[in-house]
Write a protein that binds this ligand. Sequence first.
Ligand SMILES: NC(=O)c1ccc[n+]([C@@H]2O[C@H](COP(=O)([O-])OP(=O)(O)OC[C@H]3O[C@@H](n4cnc5c(N)ncnc54)[C@H](O)[C@@H]3O)[C@@H](O)[C@H]2O)c1
Length: 271
Amino acid sequence: MGDRKTLRIGVLGGAGRVGVALRRELCNRVHTIRVLDLIKPPELSANETFRQTDMLDPHDLSAAFEGLDGIVHLAGIPKEAPLQEILAVNVTGTTNVYEAARRTGVGRVVLGSSNHVVGCYPRSAQVGPMDQMRPDGLYGLSKCWGELTAGLYWDKHGIRSLIIRIGNSSVRPMLPRSLEVWISPKDLCQLTMIGLLHEDVTATTVFGVSRGGGSWWDNSLAARMGYDPKDVISDHAAPEAFLPDEEGPVSRHFQGGRYVAADHDGVIRDR
Ligand SMILES: NC(=O)c1ccc[n+]([C@@H]2O[C@H](COP(=O)([O-])OP(=O)(O)OC[C@H]3O[C@@H](n4cnc5c(N)ncnc54)[C@H](O)[C@@H]3O)[C@@H](O)[C@H]2O)c1
């Protein structure tokens, strides 16, 4: 792995919402970015190129990764979806990503995971990276698969991953819950650079949240690796975010909010 001035990285899913916002920050911190996606993003910076890539095609993916130092993996379905779609895209896709990294000698992955890996913890709990996963749906389960895959490829092949459990990465915090979980593009970029460069990264899990949120999570590991979020969530929030939370009792009780409430039987259980 080189230093930041020589880093050649791929951003898979770089045409998506998180990818577009993150790249605006990231492009100033690395040598070049290869944007890999099914669709072309609206804009590219001077040091960015686009390569149409389907992560469900293993050969295409390997060709796309050739010559890169690291991959930021943001591609896939970012919400609840039917099982067959989640399996086909998120589960198979992320497995393909790690296999292509192994085949092409890419030694680093920054994995866009989600807070929905632990969404079934109550908001009264503080969850750390080593605590048991408690996903809140099929989407969250697919992210558990991704995180475990990162561990497998470290254990067997030495591929380093920073697993970022992204909270919410909307343009601005719009809901009461987002005051707790939002992350700005600048802070996500800071975490991404830690993932690409920090020597202590193995298969390391952190929570992606800006300043003033994250009370549900123990993010001390991220702090030890130098994460120092700069953006204060409430400074960026829309007025609606400060209104009373009108979600139902299940949604308000659990960290995953609406994702937990979907298909829930209404009985609040703790373990
Ligand atoms: N947006 C959030 O608030 C949020 C929160 C937590 C986690 N995440 C995670 O961050 C990542 C990005 O989320 P997003 O909101 O930008 O989603 P998005 O849907 O806007 O972007 C996903 C991108 O992946 C691409 N993609 C889908 N299938 C592909 C394939 N087969 N090959 C190549 N590219 C493919 C899409 O074209 C799209 O550009 C996802 O992994 C999501 O689960 C997002």
